[in-house]
Write a protein that binds this ligand. Structure first.
Ligand SMILES: [Zn+2]
Length: 186
């Protein structure tokens, strides 16, 4: 029975100076986050504002055909040659809820619903309090997979000049955690 239990995505506390500051203006990080995170999440890197290019939408999601998202990612990787892309979700996200995603429309709803369906059995085996947190983590990992579908991103990673990271922010403790992609086979 225990074999069926979902392994929560592995999280590690974010190290200090995880991405060292350059202490100067060139934008080295594209930050993709959620619109309702109160924008405190991006402070966990302790970088200058000028070092971050920030893209936010509901759920911090990378949706096929979202021109704003696609243009920002390509601009960051090709023109600005950022060194890092961070996808950061946040625990308590009202948009990314395991049980309901009411009020969402179109492709955002479709993508979250498909992800939830794929993991529903595992999620439902978790204690109730962990379900939303787990789904927030799964959503971040799903966005990392979407990010890797951009040829510009995969080329830059292959050349060793771009690194992508999944983080989750806990506003109650003002701490962030790194997510490991290795734990998920989906
Ligand atoms: Zn949110």
């Amino acid at each position: 029975m225990s074999e069926k239990r979902l392994k929560r995505a592995a999280t590690e506390p974010l190290e200090a100076n995880y991405i060292p500051s350059l202490q100067q203006a060139p934008r080295q990080v594209l930050w993709i986050g959620c619109s309702d995170s109160d924008s405190k999440d991006s402070t966990v890197l302790n970088l200058l504002d000028d070092e971050l290019l920030v893209l936010r939408n509901i759920g911090g999601m990378i949706i096929d055909g979202d021109l704003s998202c696609e243009t920002t990612i390509k601009h960051a990787v090709v023109d600005l040659q950022v060194k890092h892309i961070v996808v950061c979700g946040h625990y308590g996200c009202r948009i990314v809820k395991a049980a309901s995603r009411e009020g969402l429309q179109g492709p955002w709803l479709s993508k979250l619903s498909a992800l939830h369906s794929a993991h529903e059995e595992d999620i439902n085996q978790l204690p109730a309090l962990e379900r939303d947190r787990s789904f927030v983590e799964l959503n971040i990992l799903d966005q990392l997979r979407s990010l890797r579908k951009f040829p510009e991103v995969t080329d830059a990673i292959r050349l060793g000049r771009l690194h992508i990271h999944g983080l989750v922010y806990d506003s109650e403790t003002d701490k962030a955690y790194r997510l490991s992609e290795g734990q998920q086979n989906h």
